[in-house]
Design a binder for this molecule. Structure first.
Ligand code: SF4
Length: 226
């Protein structure tokens, strides 16, 4: 256990398990009063960041106390907290997912400050993971725009998959290179390139690349490298 002095007027002790014990001291009419409470690192960061923001804005003359209290209540009060792992890459950052206990809907996600890998930080993809579940702009149907058309038409998945398969086969057959100039077997598909999506998760990327290699593609890229 390590001990230190808290900037808020009390003392804080850090335990190996990551839980901080904060001892607050204050004067009452009957003399000095001491309170002790246990905080996780996440609780500690929440309180610290709220206090910092409050100090900055109150310095401009705004009284934000009622607004801050209301906002915290709206977002996380009575929500169920579930630790989870970001689905997007092999770093495996920890995320806390807050869900409404009555509706089961996701209402907020944040980096898990107690997680040993990311310590509460998330990149842009992980930080937007809330929108995996909640985003009214998310496209949920297949939309097709024919060549030279300016209109999108809704199609079903059966039509879309058959159309994709038909076009992949046509391009692969037309551009397949079985042997190179030295007569060595190479089995390359030169007429199709793939730029992978950062919106795909780790397992999807693995399966997707396997399929592309099986088709013989050599132009395979991921947008995170561009
Ligand atoms: S995508 Fe970002 S937040 Fe998600 S695991 Fe990778 S680095 Fe972490």
């Amino acid at each position: 256990m390590k001990a230190g002095t808290a900037s808020s007027g009390g003392t804080a002790s850090r335990h190996d398990c990551g839980i901080r014990t904060v001892v607050m001291r204050g004067k009452s009419s009957s003399g000095e009063r001491t309170q002790s409470m246990k905080l996780t690192r996440r609780d500690f960061l929440k309180i610290s960041s709220a206090a910092t923001a409050g100090l900055a804005l109150s310095g401009m003359g705004f009284n934000l106390t009622p607004v801050q209290a209301y906002t915290w209540e709206l977002r996380t009060k009575d929500a169920k907290e579930t630790p989870t792992i970001c689905c997007y890459c092999a770093v495996g950052c920890g995320i806390i997912c807050h869900t409404d206990k009555k509706t089961g809907q996701v209402i907020y996600t944040e980096g898990d400050a107690d997680h040993p890998i990311n310590g509460g930080a998330l990149c842009a993809k992980g930080a937007s993971s809330y929108q995996l579940a909640q985003n009214p702009k998310r496209v949920t149907k297949v939309l097709y725009r024919a060549p030279n058309s300016d209109k999108w038409v809704a199609k079903d998945w059966k039509w879309a998959l058959q159309e994709i398969a038909k076009r992949v086969k046509k391009s692969r057959d037309a551009s397949f290179v079985e042997k190179n100039a030295q007569g060595q077997v190479v089995n390359r598909c030169m007429g199709i390139a793939s730029v992978g999506s950062a919106a795909m998760d780790n397992e999807e990327c693995w399966i997707y690349q396997g399929m592309l290699r099986a088709l013989g593609l050599v132009y395979i890229e991921h947008q995170a490298r561009i």
